[in-house]
Design a protein around this ligand. Sequence first.
Ligand SMILES: NC(=O)c1ccc[n+]([C@@H]2O[C@H](COP(=O)([O-])OP(=O)(O)OC[C@H]3O[C@@H](n4cnc5c(N)ncnc54)[C@H](OP(=O)(O)O)[C@@H]3O)[C@@H](O)[C@H]2O)c1
Length: 286
Amino acid sequence: MSQPTGSTRLAAVIGDPVRHSLSPLLHNTAFAALDLDWVYVALEVGAGHTAEALEAMRTLGIAGLSVTMPHKEAAAAACDELSPDAAALRAVNCVVNDGGRLIGHNTDGDGFIAAIDAELGFDPRGRRCVVLGAGGAARSIGLALARSGASQIAVINRTAERAQQAAELFGEVALVVSGGPEASVIAESDLIVNATSVGMSTSATDGEAAEFPFDLELIGNHHTVVDIVYRPLLTPLLAHAQARGARTANGVAMLTHQAAIAFTLWTGQAAPIEAMTAAVSASLVD
Ligand SMILES: NC(=O)c1ccc[n+]([C@@H]2O[C@H](COP(=O)([O-])OP(=O)(O)OC[C@H]3O[C@@H](n4cnc5c(N)ncnc54)[C@H](OP(=O)(O)O)[C@@H]3O)[C@@H](O)[C@H]2O)c1
């Protein structure tokens, strides 16, 4: 990529913590692959400063912004306009600066659907899905699965009240499972998605046996199992699913595809998915 000039356009991610973010690698790889005069940086912005950061986007003419923890909900409140997904989820992970008008999007759900299509050829239409988790990622995935025609979305979460709130977003295909699911819900499902942080490598969970709210022996070779965690690339759930013959995907494809959608919203160009995937995969080798 050539050096930034006076006309280089700026995109950024705000978050805290943000120094570990793979977004600069993904987006700068994409800008370079298409020879676009853009640059992407990570900005550490603490909780409580979301609205100021979005105002700075206008003042500084930042063209595109990614939004991560802890700003997604506050960014939804600070945008001038929201996409249907961002409005339903009340959470924004991508902002487009349209001449000073800030338009908030949530690209996680569509990124997930694009990822399971590209990686596994999985079409949710008419399929029974199990979503583990009820946080921001689980809600965006469940909403996108419902819109894509899934026939059932069983929501399983540690905190039952949050499972209920998430299920309300998904409409009549939602099934809230509390207190451990019936074996048949797991056994008869087509897709199992881990959208919790269980299995993620952090100082808090490293070395701990990951605990799932159902017997992993229920996973069989008819299942597609997706873990949206990508550190490590092979999570305990995926290792188990592979051993039982299931088709699996980790979180790299969703990460790449949600970024690709943001890239297109900002630049108007199709994202170079292969270059982005190669860059992020190389950086995450276990
Ligand atoms: N690949 C991607 O592109 C992508 C995108 C977004 C997120 N992610 C990953 O997805 C995970 C969730 O992110 P998020 O933004 O949805 O976080 P979040 O809003 O904080 O939700 C966390 C979820 O994990 C559950 N959870 C946390 N610790 C648990 C434990 N010890 N046992 C059982 N359940 C537990 C929570 O349950 P409670 O409701 O009971 O607290 C909640 O459902 C993270 O690992 C994140 O890195 C990946």
